[in-house]
Design a protein around this ligand. Structure first.
Ligand code: SF4
Length: 266
């Protein structure tokens, strides 16, 4: 039976580890090469199935991965978010081919972990779970949801898969996920009614893994900031206005800098 949403105790949260499950699985490869092959066939088949039904990224909505709004000061320009929704284009603008190559590496790593977890958990693992928070115009997909066994009960836990270079692995995620990823996780937990999320990072240079288990309580203040700032952006959109220009260094890489001119940066 799937457990209903409730707060997890610290003792329960401490039982959650996707990394340890994956390390045990990889250790089993050493003894059984046919397991490795079988798991690979499974994950490639799953990826193919997902690609066949995948939809293009929605436009005219807010995406959890773009909303860097939860810290004391938002790290994304609210006006830029409003432009993205109004013009129905990406707030990042066109990127160079090398960046698409980086995206592919991240995608491949994500598909690998999704495939392995699907192999291990069967129907208790759901990859690419859609979520929506319509009152804030937020739509997206969480990398996965697992029905994780805790004290004999299956509890819905979210999964976010990330790749990061060695410098970031050693310095930026020493004790917790990055602020941007925590924002993303807060939206997933609210949109999917999850009591906790596992953030699993793979170092691109060494394939070492690091994980963090974050609960709803851990992101409550962050969620309040995100909600308030998104409401501000949406009120402008509904009223046909735009949030004020906040000229920063980030303006120079903004796809809407022409619309915003004249602006001054310090
Ligand atoms: S140019 Fe600057 S102020 Fe204008 S939308 Fe872009 S980031 Fe915001």
């Amino acid at each position: 039976m799937i457990g209903k949403l409730r707060q997890l105790t610290k003792q329960e949260t401490d039982q959650i580890s996707i990394k340890n499950i994956l390390l045990d699985f990889l250790t089993a490869f050493r003894e059984d090469r046919s397991l490795q092959r079988e798991a690979r066939v499974h994950r490639l088949a799953l990826e193919l199935d997902q690609l066949r039904v995948a939809h293009p990224r929605a436009v005219g909505v807010h995406h959890p991965s773009s909303l860097h709004l939860g810290s004391n000061k938002p790290a994304v320009c609210p006006r830029r978010l409003a432009y993205g929704v109004r013009k129905q284009i990406s707030i990042f603008g066109p990127v160079e081919p090398r960046v698409y190559n980086i995206f592919e590496v991240g995608h491949d790593a994500g598909a690998k972990y999704q495939g392995w977890l699907s192999y291990l958990y069967g129907e208790d693992f759901y990859p690419e779970v859609p979520l929506q928070i319509p009152e804030l115009n937020v739509y997206g997909h969480c990398d996965g949801v697992i029905h994780y066994p805790i004290n004999g009960e299956k509890v819905k836990i979210g999964l976010e898969l990330k790749t990061i270079n060695l410098r970031g692995f050693e310095n930026d995620i020493k004790n917790r996920p990055t602020a941007k990823h925590l924002d993303q996780g807060a939206l997933y937990m609210v949109g999917l009614d999850l009591p906790a999320m596992v953030f699993l990072y793979e170092c691109k240079n060494t394939q070492e893994m690091k994980e963090f288990v974050i609960t709803r309580d851990d992101v409550s203040k962050r969620w309040a900031n995100i909600q308030q700032r998104l409401e501000h952006v949406n009120e402008h959109l509904e009223g046909g206005t735009l949030p004020r220009i906040r000229a920063q260094s980030w303006c120079h890489s903004c796809p809407f800098k022409v619309e915003c001119r004249p602006f001054r940066t310090k």
